[in-house]
Ligand binder design. Structure first.
Ligand SMILES: C[S@@+](CC[C@H](N)C(=O)[O-])C[C@H]1O[C@@H](n2cnc3c(N)ncnc32)[C@H](O)[C@@H]1O
Length: 353
């Protein structure tokens, strides 16, 4: 039977969807993994080649733009955000080979025993803490930044998978429901994670970049800027560092942070961000919109955040002639598998052109 040829547009879409399916699944707080289609539809009405993902978080939106052939510039002030986008957005060819994985996990490696000493009895058993120290030590000796990023991302994924609820705001084992991921060994998780990340590496023919900076000081330029900062609400917690401090510590090898020894969780101080108050968030949005007044602006937002929708529209209108609001019915889930609560929050995408 003759092969029917698809239009270039459909081929491009199906290529992007297939590639997107290879992105390592994430439970990162505020991840837009379920809203990618909407973000792409809002963006693709414009012609653009370069895009900044100013608050890249899990990296899923950056990766989505990369699957559509865009030159992507990713940024997040968390080091762990920089690791995933280094491995999968900036990196287009490098993967980790099986012999390198074996070397990384050689349990006879000398270590500084930092995790074993600092987090003794807090998140993982002694054997697992030693595994983390072994991989950390071997990563620190690697030269290639992309191999390093893949190895570090695999270690971060492993630690998150082996932690009930994937967060570090509590100590002990109280949310251990015996699920499979918690029973699987650190080594098996690590090998799986490397394979999943290797599989997701691809080249879209452009040059992409990963940054780890405060967005308020970021001054790269692009045709389109996607803006998804932490949402401020008086009631809910939007502190990324507090939630993920252990894996954020791993990502930067606890360099330049001071562990608060009096805390049970051994966390370190959250990084300052204007998005932790209403006025701070309003001022920060205003300054970002002004800085990128010549770019297309695509902003993710939710109905229970402050400043509210009307304020956000007025802020955008100061710099953009045409502002569209795309409401999306999206329910956030909270809680464990057994006690899922649904919160009827509406997601918005603001588009300023
Ligand atoms: C809502 S999340 C982004 C989620 C991301 N779009 C995704 O789909 O995974 C907000 C992100 O903003 C980052 N962040 C907060 N304040 C920042 C700042 N001042 N500069 C850069 N990044 C910041 C946090 O680390 C967090 O990853």
């Amino acid at each position: 039977m003759a092969k029917t040829s698809l239009s270039p547009h459909i081929e491009e879409e199906s290529y992007a969807n297939k590639q997107m399916g290879l992105f390592p699944p994430t439970r990162y707080m505020g991840s837009k993994s379920k809203l990618l289609e909407h973000i792409w539809n809002a963006s693709s009405q414009f012609k653009f080649n370069t895009v900044i993902d100013l608050f890249s978080g899990s990296g899923v939106v950056s990766y989505m733009y990369k699957t559509h052939g865009k030159a992507v510039i990713s940024n997040d002030y968390m080091a762990m955000g920089g690791v995933i986008t280094k491995a999968l957005v900036e990196n287009s060819k490098t993967i980790l080979m099986p012999d390198e994985v074996e070397k990384l996990t050689d349990m006879s490696t000398d270590t500084d025993s930092f995790v074993a000493d600092t987090f003794n009895g807090i998140y993982y058993c002694d054997e697992d803490n030693h595994f983390i120290d072994v991989v950390r030590s071997n990563i620190s000796r690697m030269g290639d930044p992309y191999k390093k990023a893949i190895a570090l991302e695999a270690l971060i994924r492993t630690c998150i998978k082996k932690r009930p609820r994937g967060i570090f705001t509590y100590v002990g084992d109280r949310y251990n429901d015996g699920r499979k991921d918690l029973q699987k060994s650190f080594y098996d998780h690590f090998v799986d994670a490397v394979n999943i990340i290797n599989e997701a590496v691809f080249d879209n023919g452009t040059i992409c970049k990963s940054y780890n900076m405060d967005s308020m000081e970021f001054n790269e330029a692009a045709d389109l800027v996607y803006i998804d900062p932490p949402y401020y609400t008086p009631k809910s917690d939007n502190e990324y560092v507090r939630r993920y401090h252990f894996v954020e510590g791993l990502a930067r090898d606890w360099k330049g942070v001071e562990i608060q020894e009096h805390t049970k969780t051994k966390k370190f101080k959250s990084y300052p961000t204007p998005f932790s108050t209403k006025d701070g968030a309003a001022q920060a949005f205003s300054s970002i919109f002004e800085r990128y007044a010549d770019s297309i602006l695509v902003v993710s937002y939710s109905s229970n955040s402050l400043p509210n929708m009307e304020d956000m529209i007025s802020l955008l209108k100061k710099y953009k002639n045409k502002v569209d609001v795309i409401p999306i019915d999206y329910k956030y889930s909270f809680g464990t598998r057994n006690t899922v609560k649904r919160n009827d929050v509406k997601e918005y995408i603001f588009v300023g052109a």
